[in-house]
Design a protein around this ligand. Structure first.
Ligand code: PLP
Length: 371
């Protein structure tokens, strides 16, 4: 018997959504139009009514948020070294120089106890990341940001559906950026969205999204700012509309599967599990740390041999060649470096079955339980 391969993630797209995409394809209007507007309206409602604009990636949303916050040349915005490299790449894209604060070993997110002392006059903005969907404590975060008068651009690419201090991510806060990449908790294949604070001009956000173009009722146009090519297609938005309806169902299923992992992983294997948070986290990923003596490459290969996909999200990004060229080096952020070397992403996605969890746990025992 051939057991199907179990990937670490897989999107759940229902037939209704597939039909809605077909309708867009037949409609004669493929790019940004009524579906994108409907998707933005649905996201805005989810975020408590604040303006939300859709983009073609979560990277584009971060870049535009930096521009709206006037972060550029001479600024040194702060983020965590334990994130997808996009969070820091966009800083370079706008001419700023990334700065990092090491992570808290318990949450694996930016260490708020170290953040305060790291803020300088050139910081201007903080980009916290909710790794694996576990939110940075928003109350503590905004206390620090307010005290120093710095903007916050929440990289909530992984935390749609999560909450902090009793409120959903997106409904509170300064700029909040989401991603709808195929691996995220809801997807548009590729896409993103930016929730705007009251002092950000949605019309400027739209111009930064599409070539800086301003259109007038008489058919004339002007360009007064350099914009990108970041608009979301109606094809993608139709997927997003179908996905957003299922967000709470997806989150509940993910929490259930994460609970099963906690119950069924043999504690004797020496894996360091993530914080057991079933209230705030959306369980975007389930990520144990391997014991220090285990070779990660060999572990991933052994899991693959058993038909199980394992991901790595992420090695500490300041050690990538591009960032070493900026002067960062091993030892700068030791907690992130250690976690980045040992972290693995085990399968967790809404369509996964309870018995799939058993299958993963048995493989873990077989591979790591050897004396
Ligand atoms: C996915 C992701 C992004 C980028 O989103 P894209 O839609 O792939 O551009 C940024 N930051 C984090 C933390 C992410 O997980």
């Amino acid at each position: 018997m051939n057991i199907p391969f179990l990937p670490f993630t897989r999107p759940s797209i229902d037939e209704e959504t597939i039909a809605a995409v077909g309708e867009v394809l037949r409609s004669g209007w493929l790019t940004s139009g009524p579906k994108m507007q409907a998707f933005e309206a649905a996201l805005s409602e989810y975020c408590g009514g604040r303006p939300v604009r859709a983009f073609n990636s979560g990277t584009a949303t971060l870049e535009v948020a930096l521009r709206l916050a006037n972060v550029g040349q001479g600024d040194t915005p702060i983020t965590t070294p334990l994130t997808w490299v996009a969070t820091a790449n966009v800083m370079l894209e706008v001419g700023a120089t990334p700065a990092f604060v090491d992570v808290d070993p318990a949450t694996r997110n930016i260490d708020l106890a170290k953040l305060d002392a790291a803020i300088k006059p050139s910081t201007k903005a903080i980009l916290p990341v909710d790794l694996a969907g576990l939110p940075v404590d928003r109350q503590r975060l905004y206390e620090i940001a307010k005290r120093h008068g710095v903007r916050v651009i929440e990289d909530a690419a992984q935390s749609l559906g999560a909450s902090s201090c009793g409120q959903r991510i997106g409904a509170i806060g300064d700029f909040v950026s989401f991603s709808f990449h195929a691996n995220k908790n809801i997807t548009t294949s590729e896409g993103g969205a930016l929730a705007l604070p009251p002092d950000a001009d949605p019309a400027l956000c739209e111009r930064l999204r599409l070539q800086g173009v301003r259109r007038f009722p008489d058919g004339e146009m002007d360009v007064d700012v350099l914009g990108g090519k970041f608009n979301l297609t109606d094809i993608a938005a139709a997927i997003g509309l179908g996905q957003l309806k299922r967000l709470s169902e997806f989150t509940a299923r993910r929490r259930h599967l994460a609970r099963l992992y906690f119950e069924r992983i043999d504690p004797k294997l020496g894996l360091e599990l993530p914080p057991a948070d079933f209230e705030n986290s959306n369980w975007h990923m389930f990520q144990p740390l391997l014991p220090k003596n285990v070779n990660r490459g060999a572990f991933i290969a052994a899991m693959k041999e058993r038909g199980i996909g394992v991901g790595v999200h992420y090695p500490a990004l300041h050690l990538f060649s591009l960032y070493r060229q900026l002067g960062f080096k091993a030892g700068d952020f030791p907690v992130a470096e250690d976690i980045g070397r040992r972290i693995v992403t085990l399968p967790l996605f809404p369509a996964m079955s309870d018995t799939d969890v058993d299958r993963v746990c048995s493989a873990l025992s077989a591979i790591l339980g050897k004396p």
